[in-house]
Design a protein around this ligand. Structure first.
Ligand code: AP5
Ligand code: ZN
Length: 216
């Protein structure tokens, strides 16, 4: 099954992706995670991406499309994949259509996580991430059992550089102007299924899972 997660920054894409890939046993492809890993390693692509990510701006399409194409060509994607945070512009969606057509594949489901803009700021500024395994927490809504320590691997938690109030504002504006129009793009293909992302985390997972299993 080839799944695409859409929704504004903080909608819960990463949180839900961790759970859905466990259930459906497909690889999780997150362009945001790929950029952050390259930034940590200091690769040439990471150095370039950092200029945009740290400002809350989208990384240019040429860089982003290349990463996704390389990843989709790996053999573990033959059983399906979950794309999280890509595509984010109409040009990326068109590039993705081209890549998939070449591989004889297509998107089966677009899950759109709906959350009101005024809730997103609190979600993002309270987010903490495990340095070792990348698991996502929230200081209020999904706290680890021990403060600043990952439940899964005992790794230390950190705050993303683009989760400050100022950067979140820029990211939400980028979403509204460049990414939200994709809902119409995929809407025309009749692929979009909306999920209420304001429910508790388990309920959101259960709704997504039912949709993907064709039970909703
Ligand atoms: P990326 O990493 O993709 O970030 P994003 O889209 O801004 O999304 P987030 O990771 O911030 O949010 P999320 O929806 O995953 O929410 P989460 O589950 O963590 O991109 C980062 C940057 O990389 C971009 O700004 C850009 O520069 C670059 N980039 C990436 N892809 C690109 C592309 N395709 N093109 C160009 N540039 C690109 O949840 C948020 C918080 O809320 C967590 O603390 C969580 O615990 C909590 N939470 C989640 N669900 C719930 C719930 N139901 N109730 C209460 N709390 C909840
Ligand atoms: Zn961890």
């Amino acid at each position: 099954m080839n799944i695409l997660f859409m929704g504004p920054p903080g909608a819960g894409k990463g949180t839900q992706a961790e759970r859905i890939v466990d259930e459906f046993q497909v690889p999780h492809i997150s362009t945001g995670d790929a950029f952050r890993a390259a930034m940590r390693q200091g690769t040439p692509m990471g150095v370039e991406a950092k200029k945009y990510v740290d400002q809350g701006l989208l990384v240019p399409d040429e860089i982003t499309n290349g990463i996704v194409k390389e990843r989709l060509e790996q053999s573990d994607c033959d059983k399906g994949f979950l794309l999280d945070g890509f595509p984010r512009t109409i040009a990326q969606a068109e590039a993705l259509d081209g890549m998939l057509a070449e591989m004889g594949k297509r998107i089966d489901h677009v899950i759109d996580l709906k959350v009101d803009r005024d809730l997103l700021l609190g979600r993002l500024t309270g987010r903490r991430i495990c340095k070792s395994c990348g698991a996502t927490y929230h200081v209020l809504f999904n706290p680890p059992k021990v403060e600043n320590v990952c439940d899964k691997c005992s790794g230390e938690l950190y705050q993303r550089s683009d989760d400050s109030e100022e950067k979140v504002g820029t990211r939400l504006d980028e979403y509204t102007t460049k990414t939200a129009p994709l809902l119409e793009y995929y809407g025309k293909k009749e692929l979009v299924r909306e999920v209420d992302g304001q429910q508790d985390i388990d309920q959101v997972t259960s709704d997504i899972s039912s949709l993907l299993r064709g039970q909703a």
